[in-house]
Design a binder for this molecule. Structure first.
Ligand code: SF4
Length: 608
């Protein structure tokens, strides 16, 4: 074969007792008498490492004809097989392979003392494997999974590269590590106690009070961890990680559930700790504006989730993000996506084409004994438009949605309509003992139609997870199912709260396309609350801006054109964006830089 191909068999999916080895029966080399696809029992004989279940298949990468054949991939009814031609540019053997016909990782990111290393790429292509190796927990086997792995061989492989020093430290057991997990919602399942108890155990640098203040964690110090919100958990997890005194900090996404102001604070804290001296910070982040602000160097990752992953050599952050968006990696000579992701440099022309869906007057609503009050200025919402909603957390965005849905009565102002609203909340609660396909089929009778498949399932990459239980889904998978469930409802207005959380950049762009297309094809109105400014830019036709004092008072502007809305929103945050000269991509200006001052003077915060 094709010695640049790999065969990957997903053992959780392979069920030969239900398909009678369709793959092996049709494999061309098998039909000429070769042993290309055989059972694992046949392959391993007495050393069989398989766990005694139904005898699943093993594929010979030597004999297989490669991706251009792909007959077994087509024949397998359970999508268990992938045959992938690796990019010919990959010169080395993998750094690690989990076993025969299993996931392979090529390349490793390089932690740099005193700086922040960013990682940009899809979920599921090996970042946790890489971090386990960088922390010394897993010894890279250099692709020789049938031999015992040893660090001396790893050192030989990386001698003379930027990783040599780091590997030497790992071998000497000198690297200490702190990790912030990706899915902060899981923390309450692992920790039983209140915030104070969780944080006090981490105060190794004597900086905890400072972190608590900057991240505004004080209000939840005496609350049980299982009673605080996702945004609060994210800030607590950041404080807990950054309070430690270690050599290597790994932060797996710092932005989910945080508003833009909180994202910028988190980014600055990570930078400050790196600049403090000898510590290495490594951050996986899918909010590109924040990643741009945060990292000194960037590794782009690409591959096929679950099959193989490649970590590039480090790039400058600007080039790394530009190449990623362009879909083409210059040094690697590698196309990672057919189309570029582009941004409008100038505000879209003032255009609202749909008919008005509803008009609403000025509204007021207070909670409790004047604890929180919301003022909504009157406005008009149109059919077929996507309305972006921006502003801090805790400022009354979901209260407004409840007023529109008739679930709350306003104290002042009258609504003479009652919208059917399909709502995807910020914190997704779909944990029930049910498969994804059964759950979605219970929402729409369109489920399974080619129309539903094209509009919803494919852009949201649902087909591979249809047979999984809702309770087994990862954060990104739950998010995609929840977006699909919301868009599948029959409603007048669709309200999606933070659809970007836990989606990687590709998935954000695909979700954006699905949402936009849905609004256009159904004359539907979609309101999207999000804090990823790139996603809001790609998604929204107009903006509604919330401001005020979180948890005290909120104010909602009427829907505005993009330029006006961005200016209104960013002026409140005191942040300006310039445009990357080569690509037109928006980039956050350094505070008080010449451009920052000029743009503020001119009142142009975004479309300068
Ligand atoms: Fe056989 Fe390889 Fe073709 Fe699959 S892709 S049927 S393993 S030759």
């Amino acid at each position: 074969m094709a010695d640049d191909s790999i065969a990957v068999v997903d053992l959780d999916r392979c069920q030969p007792d239900r398909c009678n080895y369709e793959c092996a029966n049709f494999c061309p080399p098998n039909r000429t008498g070769k042993d290309c696809i055989v059972t694992r029992g046949e392959h391993y004989g007495e050393d069989e490492p398989y766990d005694g279940g139904p005898d699943q298949v093993w594929i010979s990468e030597e004999i297989c004809l490669g991706e251009s054949c792909g007959i077994c991939v087509e024949k397998c009814p359970f999508d268990a097989i992938e045959i992938i031609n690796l990019p010919s540019e990959l010169e080395d053997e993998p750094v690690h392979r989990y076993g025969d016909n299993a996931f392979a990782l090529y390349g490793l990111p390089v932690p740099e003392p005193g700086s922040v290393t960013g990682i940009l790429g899809p979920n599921g292509i090996g970042k946790s494997t890489a971090v386990k190796m960088l922390s010394g927990e897993l010894t890279p086997n250099l692709g020789r999974h049938d031999e015992e792995a040893n660090w001396d061989a790893v050192l030989d492989r990386f001698r003379g590269t930027e990783l040599q020093n780091y590997v030497e430290k790992v071998i000497e057991g000198e690297v200490t590590v702190a990790r912030k997990p990706q899915y902060v919602d899981q923390i309450p399942k692992q920790f039983d106690g209140n915030t104070r108890e969780l944080l006090e155990a981490t105060d190794e640098r004597g900086e905890l009070d400072h972190l608590i203040e900057r991240l505004n964690v004080a209000p939840v110090m005496d609350q049980d961890i299982d009673s605080i919100s996702g945004g609060e958990l994210q800030r607590v997890a950041l404080a807990a990680t950054l309070a430690r005194d270690v050599d290597f900090y790994f932060l797996d996404e710092i932005t989910p559930y945080l508003d833009i102001g909180q994202r910028m604070t988190a980014a600055r804290l990570v930078r400050e700790l790196a600049e403090d001296g000898e510590r290495s910070m490594m951050v996986v982040e899918h909010d590109l504006a924040i990643l741009d602000l945060l990292a000194d160097t960037l590794h782009v990752t690409y591959g096929e989730p679950g099959a193989y992953g490649v970590v590039t050599d480090p790039k400058s952050v600007r080039n790394g993000i530009n190449e990623y968006l362009k879909g083409y990696l210059d040094n690697e000579n590698m196309r990672i996506r057919p189309n570029a992701i582009t941004f409008e440099e100038h505000a879209p022309r003032e255009s609202v084409t749909g008919r008005p869906l509803f008009e609403y007057p000025g509204l007021e609503k207070s909670y409790g004994e004047g604890e929180f009050s919301l003022t909504v200025e009157g406005g008009t919402v149109y059919e077929s438009e996507v309305l972006g909603i921006v502003g801090p957390n805790g400022i009354g965005k979901s209260t407004m949605a409840k007023l529109f849905a008739g679930q709350l009565e306003p104290d002042a102002g009258e609504l003479d309509f009652r919208m059917d609203i399909a709502y995807k909340p910020q914190y997704i609660d779909i944990d029930r003992p049910m498969r994804v396909d059964a759950f979605l089929a219970s929402i729409t009778d369109q489920f399974g139609s080619s129309y539903w498949d094209t509009e919803i399932a494919r852009p949201l990459q649902l087909n591979r997870i249809m047979e999984q239980n809702l309770t087994d889904l990862s954060g990104g998978e739950r998010q995609r199912v929840a977006i699909a469930a919301c868009l599948s409802e029959d409603a007048d207005l669709y309200l999606l709260d933070e659809p970007s959380a836990h989606l990687d950049v590709e998935q954000r762009v695909q979700a954006t396309t699905a949402i936009r297309r849905y609004a256009e094809n159904h004359d539907a109105t979609v309101m999207v609350i999000d804090h990823d400014i790139y996603m809001v830019d790609l998604l929204a036709d107009r903006l509604m801006v919330f401001d005020g004092e979180p948890a005290e008072r909120g104010h909602a502007s009427p829907p505005q054109e993009m330029r006006e809305g961005m200016n209104d929103f960013l002026a409140d945050l005191d942040v300006t964006f310039r445009r990357d000269e080569r690509t037109g991509r928006p980039r956050i200006n350094k505070p008080d830089s010449q451009l920052d001052r000029e743009q503020k003077r001119e009142g142009e915060y975004y479309y300068s």
